[in-house]
Write a new protein. Structure first.
Length: 205
């Protein structure tokens, strides 16, 4: 009961649009879920939505399965088609917590043009930063539990390389726009959640 009251008291339930970016293994999914709940935002996870399409064997799923198995980015037009309607709809409600998008400056620029028009631009970008050996350790530990087909050593190496080449430039892109908050994601889950909430509290106040 006290835990509940404590959480309620600390809930910052203002409408807000947040992007969560970080390398594979940095905890985007875990933190995305927790934050969305704490902040009353809609959690939209690019990778989860893609995996659901693959599992349901939809035309879109068949289009992306090979890219995902190889650890490469799926084509921009596919990810835009899948995510944008959901993102814009969430922004009309109480806001979104979007994890795994954008993953390149091209995606960011394209999404920005559409989001600006719709009043759905991000208010803050959280970058989950952690050292490479910790990321690999976490992914391979998760592989034993979740059995994701792209959590094998070879594909993990490729995903980290794609992150460095395509996604890491977003850190400067958003820093230059005054939206970036870097969080040390090598800490424990609870501490990372609190650090992110503290960063976002400054944005909304
Ligand atoms: P992780 O960050 O651990 O690699 P995700 O679940 O976020 O896991 O993504 C899994 C895969 O889904 C990626 O390797 C990529 O193939 C695809 N994917 C996810 N988000 C995007 C995106 N924004 N653009 C292109 N491909 C994406």
């Amino acid at each position: 009961m006290w835990g509940f009251a404590f959480r309620r008291a600390r809930c910052q339930c203002d409408a807000m649009n947040v992007l969560l970016i970080g390398p594979p293994g940095s905890g985007k999914g875990t933190q995305g879920e927790r934050l969305a709940q704490r902040l009353g935002l809609e959690h939209i996870a690019a990778g989860d939505l893609l995996r659901a399409e693959v599992e349901a064997d939809t035309p879109l799923g068949r289009q992306v399965a090979d890219y995902m198995r190889r650890g490469e980015l799926v084509p921009d037009d596919v990810i835009m088609k899948l995510l944008l309607p959901k993102v814009l709809a969430a922004a009309q409600r109480n806001g979104y917590l979007l994890d795994g998008f954008p993953r390149s400056v091209d995606q960011a620029v394209e999404a920005k043009a559409l989001a600006d028009q719709a009043g759905a631009a991000p208010d803050a970008v959280i970058y989950l930063d952690a050292p490479r050996d910790e990321l690999v350790r976490r992914i391979l530990a998760r592989a034993a539990i979740e059995g994701r087909p792209d959590d094998n050593p070879e594909t993990v190496h490729k995903r980290l390389q794609v992150f460095d080449e395509a996604t890491r430039p977003l850190v400067d892109y958003y820093r230059e726009r005054g939206l970036l908050h870097v969080v040390d994601a090598s800490k424990g889950e609870d501490e990372v959640t609190e650090d992110i909430l503290a960063a976002l509290a400054k944005v909304s106040s």
